[in-house]
Design a binder for this molecule. Sequence first.
Ligand code: 6R9
Length: 672
Amino acid sequence: MTGEPEILGESLPFDEIVHLESWRGERVDPDAYRRAHSTSVRDSLSMWESLAKELDWQRPWTSVLSDGDHPNVAKWFAGGALNLSQLALDRHVAGPRRNKLALIWEGEPVGKDGNPAEVRKYTYYDLWREVNRLAFLLRNNFGMKKGDRMAVYMPLVPEAIIFLLAAARLGVTFTVVFSGFSAEALASRISDLGAKLLVTVDGLNRRGKQVGLKEIADDALEQARTVNQVIVVRRTGAPDTPMKAGRDYWFDDLMRGVPSSARVAPEPLESEHPLYVLYTSGTTGKPKGLIHDNGGYAVLLHATMKWAFDINDGDVYWCPADIGWVTGHSYVVFGPLIEGATEVVYEGTLDFPKPDRWWRVIERYGVSVFYTTPTATRMQMRFGEDFVRKHDRSSLRLIHSVGEPINPSAWRWLFEVVGERRCPVGSTWWMTETGGIMVSHLPGLKLLPMKPGTNGLPIPGVDADVVDEGGQPVGPGEKGLLVIRNRWPGMPGPPTGMWGDPERYAKQYFERFSAKGYFYCGDYAVKDKDGYIWVAGRADEVLKVAGHRIGTFELESSIVSHKAASEAAVVAIPDPVKGEVPIAFVVLREGFAPSEELRKEVRLWVRNGFSPIAEPTQVYFVNRLPKTRSGKIMRRLVKAVAEGKPLGDVATLEDEASVDEVKQAYRGLKVT
Ligand code: 6R9
């Protein structure tokens, strides 16, 4: 395809730097950063080493970076020992942060007034005590010890965080399975990991309703035979929760028997000991379990909390990510707590009971650092500015987004409406595999290369670049593939990178540029003349229309740049002449009604605005699209519907009704 690269139909403002010269009284200088970045990459090991020294280690490392037992699986800080629960708790409890608030948790509101059903606050001391008690229970009553595995299947309640920290304290490797996943998905993850303990809840609160979760967990355990003990946290208090005698235990009953003086010393864990395994969907069926270690991961989180979030003791940090997403692991549980931050954690959805839920939370707790997503931002844009403006946001000082490319107009909305032109706004690029932020602007380093929609520059020490198929860096404005040329702490860790499957790990990420040893991220990106990276979407969702390569993302961008369209999903259907042609499922903005006229208009819009080749042969209007809980459109499901094929793994689907909508629209049952 020719033409300018775009994000959501909006051309990339390569040359527009939005200055924020007044921010914390500093001027910004991207040039100086670029020079410093080159140095940091040349000497990345000593930089990571000095950052590691800022953390507490139980035993110092003997080598910063060394080879693991499988190709491309490196050991960071080998010889060293540490414990992430000690970093997140004990070291704060031993100092002036002892009585500082660690967590402010807000349960889903009941009633129309929007006030939370329940608020729980934990100081670092509170959290430390609870984690000690739970670690004591897990060790003494459940026999859990270093090297054992545990699965967590629950929503974002404080107990989830306490379980993760207790597991980290004992060296029990955990996997969190998103509470929206099916029994099959849970079972396959439990079995793959060989977890012997499952932690879940009786049920969850969703938009004022209560949904049983324990029943689903029970179904999973019919298939997954490794689990012989289940701990159930009471969340909804549903009276008829099935409990199997001798296997299932209520968390509150168990904890009543643990004295508040119970202590468990943090286990000295080898730096490369697996902290957790997180499963992420691949392009093929079986989910991939990426392993993250203790030492390298902690160092990356420590660095990025400082650089990207500029976190300090006066802040109230909030990332509304679910604990089942990698963002929940890195930037809800471990990152903020390692840094001793005060953070808000919430249960619920952004528009329940009203579309102002987030702004109420920000106002109520004085949130200063806010980590959101582009999809959430675009949803809020649909609701309109009034919901935002009627709440006090003067506490906000820094905003980042994550999960997908942010289109420039959504960036501007965050900058102008939410942040009142006062806050730096960024889009941090990273993925489950990287463990933490890799490309971002870095307010903590005074680096604010704010261009609406860019990810920015790679973080210090990380040699990320955009290359062509041969691995050569692309020219300014050209599209290429995002790679990471060197090794970084927090990368998938020993023993095998991907749990039980070192071959798949090597093939998936290192085969493509095997001659050069680059890590292949699977994303398209553009680099502008200033070196800023603009990730444009996944490289593995491409259409081939009459031999022309068209990114679904680019095509959707074009549709969404139409004033009536809020979201779009494009998939290809087979075409006898052109091979395949795109069809589009479109969600309209508030104030626009579906009509034949509009259908034609959208097609023409793409034809003229993007390319005649890319014109969707059909446009279907739907009220919502199938999405993952983290907000990514599941084109695979839309495609399966269009092709009349089985849906396959729907574990990551947020809302099943969205698939029915697509089906109905596609079959013309409901012509909207
Ligand atoms: C953290 C997370 C990873 C994929 C990644 C890319 C997309 C994430 C992005 C972004 C553009 C950003 N992605 N952040 N694209 N700009 N700021 O999202 O992990 O769920 O594993 O997804 O998400 O396509 O490859 P994960």
